[in-house]
Design a protein around this ligand. Sequence first.
Ligand SMILES: Cc1ncc(COP(=O)(O)O)c(C=O)c1O
Length: 381
Amino acid sequence: MNRYLDHNATCPPVRASLDAMVRAAQEASGNPSSLHWAGRAARRVIDDARDAVAHYVGSESGSVVFSSGGTESDNIAIHSVLSSCMPGRIVTTAIEHPAILKPLQKFVASQPVDAGWQLVQVRPDEHGCVAAEKMIEAMTADTRLVCMMLVNNESGVVQPVEAVAAHCRNASVPLLVDAVQALGKVNINFTELNVDFLSLSAHKIGGPKGVGALLVRRGTKVEELAPGGGQERGRRSGTENVPAIAGFSAALGAIDFAALSPIRDAFEVQLLAQFPGAEVIGAKAQRLANTSLVLLPNMDGETMLMQLDLDGFAVASGSACSSGKREASHVLLAMGLSDMRARSSLRVSFGPDNSIDDALALVTALVKIRKRLKGMAGCAA
Ligand SMILES: Cc1ncc(COP(=O)(O)O)c(C=O)c1O
């Protein structure tokens, strides 16, 4: 029996989203830029979806720029700010998704060393939370951009973006909030948050992959990444993916992630009972109801993941693969964990099709795996 417990990686599409995609593909197959009836039908689908996304996150429809997902939204915002400003400081957290960290690092590396660019990555505390005060302290008079995620994708820990946003506003420093992992799981109000940019992705909430949105404060300049036909009011060129956009809007609010906490809690209680020394990351912080990032002493996350896969469980380990080399989670390392402890992590993220039975079965499987691995090299458990 296969059990999918990796919803933070991607959430299988919900029925309403699939239906909306098929409907849009069949009934709105014109090019939304065409002026004839077929184009107008496709344009209507996009307009409705734009209104729905805007309404869901408390913004104006004009703020919503549809993109290919979180990665592109983050990159558009970063490019928009950095392509035309004076050299200075960029402040972000050490626990951002690579969709933020990589473009920032690449940008700074591409500039002359003496140009005056500086990238500051603020570290989280031991609970996985980056203090607003530390972000604010890191900001100097020459800070050109601040990037801070609303929820961390590995730990599910909610970050204090509100306080940072208020400070950025007062200091007139652009703030990009990566809310990809927050959408549908914590309340987002773009207008109240009063930030310049906010990134969203559809596939984390049961919508299709390859579509998302960048919310842009009214009056904020957007510099296209790939200039072309001038779609999305010149902010993101390329013929819009109408079915995907329809599927995105239909997925909004379709999953009640908050209702998953009993499953998550059952998993953690049982795991801690079966594995002395196990630890739940962010247990004392405000975190997502569906996410459990755990450390299992003397167990290797990657090995657990592969063994669990053989037993039909799909979960994630914190590690990332880069150029064939497995690296420990940068989030856990930034929290001060040793490389070995960071490698003992497993991320379980529950979704609407999961039950407490799945959570308990996962612990039972882990107990069996521990037994199986006993005596094997690299596992002292
Ligand atoms: C926090 C965060 N930002 C950005 C992304 C990238 O989003 P997408 O897969 O839509 O490009 C992800 C996806 O895992 C994420 O978790």
